[in-house]
Write a protein that binds this ligand. Structure first.
Ligand code: COA
Length: 165
């Protein structure tokens, strides 16, 4: 198994894997059926979507795990500047491992590689967005030394036509 930066030729496979991980999450958390969600909305989901991928391919902070020519894991991250009191903050957007290959340290190795690369590029801290009920992901991050405090992110959809500002 090789951990390496993603290449253009990986796009289709990594997209498929990220979407399947997102579907897994949706299946547990919302009542809407995946098939019923609008296509444009689904196309825009995830770091590997057409609109977002470039930011993750170019920064040297994203990685894929490859086994026998198949993409079996990914981590997408980028550097954010002047945020949370830091000049350089490693922002981990999403990661996932194919269900068949889980519990083989692939997630751990992807996360470690990403954090190492972030530190080499000058990040002082790393932030990773984790759902509070995602025990495998929480435990994985803790294994590498991450901690979770009481911070939560408040969201506002600025495209919502009902929004009154
Ligand atoms: C979270 C995820 C990436 C972990 O990948 P993985 O390759 O299976 O993880 P690893 O084998 O490297 O596990 C490393 C550590 O994480 C923890 N861990 C991972 N999966 C776990 C599980 N199902 N139950 C309990 N602990 C788990 C353990 O502490 C483990 O260390 P250990 O094996 O010494 O006990 C994987 O479960 C996944 O893709 N989940 C769906 C997508 C997702 O939730 N992504 C995270 C978004 S923030």
């Amino acid at each position: 198994m090789e951990i390496r930066p993603p290449k253009i030729r990986d796009i289709e496979k990594v997209r498929e894997l990220e979407l399947s991980c997102i579907k897994e999450y949706f299946a547990e958390t919302i009542e809407n059926r995946w098939e019923d969600l609008p296509k444009e909305w689904k196309d825009n989901l995830g770091a590997s979507s057409r609109n977002h991928l470039k930011a993750y391919l170019d920064g040297g902070l994203s990685f894929v795990a490859e086994e026998d020519g198949e993409i079996i894991g990914f981590i997408f991250a980028q550097m954010l500047h002047h945020i949370c009191d830091e000049d350089n903050l490693l922002w981990i957007e999403n990661m996932g491992v194919h269900p068949y290959f889980r519990r083989n340290e692939i997630g751990y190795r992807l996360l470690r590689e990403c954090v190492r690369a972030g530190r080499e590029q000058g990040a002082a801290v790393a932030h990773s967005m984790i759902q509070e009920d995602n025990a495998p992901s929480i435990l994985l991050h803790k294994k590498l030394g991450f901690f979770m405090d009481r911070r939560q992110v408040a969201l506002l959809d600025l495209r919502d036509p009902k929004l009154r500002l």
